[in-house]
Design a protein. Structure first.
Length: 75
């Protein structure tokens, strides 16, 4: 298992429907943690890189209704 983090900026704060949909993201094998920073308007996802990639994570978030704006470069 290779754990990586990816961080995305989001526009509109997620509503109740999106949060419920994110709850289902835990069912996707390889998603380990999801953390929101409301002040910075970012969402950080820890995932297993042997199972998923950044594009798949963005797709999971998008299907959940998260208004993704851009990927944040991590240093």
């Amino acid at each position: 298992m290779t754990l990586l983090d990816v961080v995305f900026k989001y526009g509109t704060p997620p509503g109740e429907k999106a949060m419920w949909a994110l709850n289902n993201a835990w069912e996707v094998y390889g998603v380990r943690k999801i953390k929101f920073d409301e002040k910075e308007r970012t969402i950080r996802v820890e995932y297993d890189a042997t199972r998923l990639n950044e594009g798949e994570i963005a797709g999971i978030l998008g299907r959940a209704g998260i208004d993704l704006q851009s990927k944040v470069q991590l240093v």
